[in-house]
Design a protein around this ligand. Sequence first.
Ligand SMILES: NC(=O)c1ccc[n+]([C@@H]2O[C@H](COP(=O)([O-])OP(=O)(O)OC[C@H]3O[C@@H](n4cnc5c(N)ncnc54)[C@H](OP(=O)(O)O)[C@@H]3O)[C@@H](O)[C@H]2O)c1
Length: 291
Amino acid sequence: MERILIAGCGDLGTRLGRLLAADGHRVWGLRRDPLGLPSALEPLAADLTRPDTLGALPAGLTLVFYTAAAADRSEAAYRRAYEDGPRNLLAALAAQGQSPRRVVYCSSTAVYGQEDGGWVDEGSPTRPQGYTGQRVLAGEGWVAGGPYPATTVRLAGIYGPGRTRLLEQVRRGETRRPEGLPVYTNRIHSDDAAAALAFVARLPAPRRLYLAVDDEPVDRATLLLELAGMIGAPPPPSGPAEPGRGGNKRCSNRRLKAAGFRFRYPTFREGYRALAGELGLLGGGAASPHS
Ligand SMILES: NC(=O)c1ccc[n+]([C@@H]2O[C@H](COP(=O)([O-])OP(=O)(O)OC[C@H]3O[C@@H](n4cnc5c(N)ncnc54)[C@H](OP(=O)(O)O)[C@@H]3O)[C@@H](O)[C@H]2O)c1
């Protein structure tokens, strides 16, 4: 049985924690307000930006995940969540003489600044255009340079239960299909995101870096059209592309799949269909144009 800490245990961390607890491990969920965590997780109230609150981590941790997110969109919040937090946590672990076998840092494909719609993978250069990607990338550096074996998982845009904004916007007719060249979007269902984090931690010899993204980067225009078809909403009208919307790249999951990971929702079609079904939105009845 492992002793596992999930630092910043929100939506993704909780999904991950449930998977690990179901494997028979002891799992602590750390957040400032841990009261709502499910009973499978042991709550740990602490603030990753305040070292004085990190003094009594559970002893003998064997595995640590870092899944905290910024509290708001400001650069200061990103710095706190992705730099101060990991740095403080690593220092606290070291000060307590802990020796986890691995620290898994949850990062983002926002660390890529590519704009040409080409493929990127773990070997591609990272030149994030905005401070969000820059701060997340800096956090990768803190964890990779820390005292413990580290693996970074760069997640694409997460959707799933509770993350239904795009589907709702399509339903309300609030989206526009970008005109011109394809603008790619990279996605992963939250269940697959949590499963991917658990998967890499279970590998006997994980690599230092994985991209976690589904099989099909899809251009935004196609995505919106297919979602509209799926829920029987009118096709979104076309309009000028919104500039700088998360870059324009296609993220490859080849390394993760080569390691043996299998997606429950290999593309947005399976994932959004499940989500739309849960929300009772499939009643529009219209099948996606390509299914
Ligand atoms: N959303 C996406 O599309 C996406 C894409 C790529 C990567 N990611 C990454 O996925 C990870 C998890 O995201 P999520 O959606 O699960 O976020 P979330 O639901 O907002 O959870 C983040 C958790 O971090 C905790 N937290 C924040 N600041 C903290 C602090 N100072 N001390 C202790 N806990 C703190 C929050 O709890 P309290 O407020 O109670 O402290 C919250 O429970 C993040 O690293 C995010 O960057 C997300």
